[in-house]
Design a protein around this ligand. Structure first.
Ligand SMILES: [Zn+2]
Length: 287
């Protein structure tokens, strides 16, 4: 849609005159809610904590060092139109793999699901957080081990099929400082990256033995920074398990007992895509 623009000077007057209309809308909704009290209750999240696990996309968004570009966003138009109302629209472009994003199985598996083929049940499911912050504090190249997973299960019980597993390394707090987050900020060079993530044996246990729905982490990759063979990506892709990368605020989640919603832009034929991830944490949860 293209709308011809007038000069911007009337913005404030127009915004003020529009306010009474905006007030009417919530009142109407309230009346409708009272009138519909007989409807069956959908999932009630009114008492839950909603945790935003996505870093905002913008100029500082971290992309892989070899990525051809970062996040591009341009304002196409913004101002008062000839009709006297405000109108704004923009355009964006971005590589699929950068910022908080999803890796579709086809990213490392020729026959794997593309972004739009991933079943919703793999993207909306019960979540767990495996915390390895104590280990990553001593070793930035730390990889989650099979023993780490078994120790988690000794405390919480066996991880159920269809669970979304999140790895908390503590690296999310370093975002968006590229040098600190990736271990190196040399443009075009991904050979000296240092950050923790999953190890191969742990990934095999989760993906092949436990049948998890997806695996995610608060780092740039589900393989650690020094990986050259991308073992974890390949293990996950072979079983059509997507990856969730560059997640934010995992330190606000309990270890178990929350609902994970991880919905990427539905790119046809995509190998991944920008992700809006949210956790629904019950009010009585410990963290
Ligand atoms: Zn990716």
């Amino acid at each position: 849609m293209v709308v011809r623009m007038k000069p911007r000077r009337k913005i404030h007057a127009t915004a003020a005159s529009a306010r009474p209309l905006l007030l009417i809308a919530p009142l109407t909704v309230a009346v409708l809610l009272v009138a519909s009290a007989g409807y069956s209750q959908p999932l009630d999240v009114s008492g839950a904590r909603l945790v935003d696990l996505t870093h905002s996309f913008g100029l500082r968004t971290v992309y892989w060092p070899t990525s051809p570009s970062g996040f591009q966003h341009e304002v196409l138009t913004s101002g008062i139109t000839e009709g006297g109302y405000f109108y704004a629209a923009g355009a964006f472009a971005a590589p699929e793999h950068g910022g908080t994003h999803l890796d579709a199985p086809i990213h490392f598996g020729e026959d794997g699901h593309t972004t739009e083929e991933i079943p919703l049940r793999q993207l909306i499911a019960a979540g767990v957080v495996i915390d390895i912050e104590e280990k990553t504090a001593l070793d930035p190249d730390y990889r989650l081990t099979r023993t780490d997973v078994l120790e988690f299960e000794a405390r919480h019980g066996k991880i159920l099929p269809g669970t979304i597993v999140l790895l908390r390394t503590g690296w999310g707090r370093r975002w968006p400082d590229r040098k600190s987050y990736l271990g190196d900020d040399t443009p075009g060079d991904a050979s000296d990256l240092h950050f923790p993530s999953y190890g191969g044996a742990a990934a095999r246990l989760l993906v092949e033995e436990r049948g998890v729905a997806a695996i995610g982490a608060d780092v740039a990759s589900i393989d650690y920074g020094q990986s050259t063979d991308f073992t974890v990506h390949r293990i996950a892709a072979a079983r059509n398990v997507p990856g969730l990368e560059n997640l934010a605020r995992l330190d606000e989640l309990p270890e178990t007992g929350f609902l994970m919603i991880a919905l990427p832009m539905k790119i046809a034929g995509g190998t991944g895509g920008p992700l809006r991830a949210v956790a629904v944490v019950p009010a009585d949860s410990e963290r």
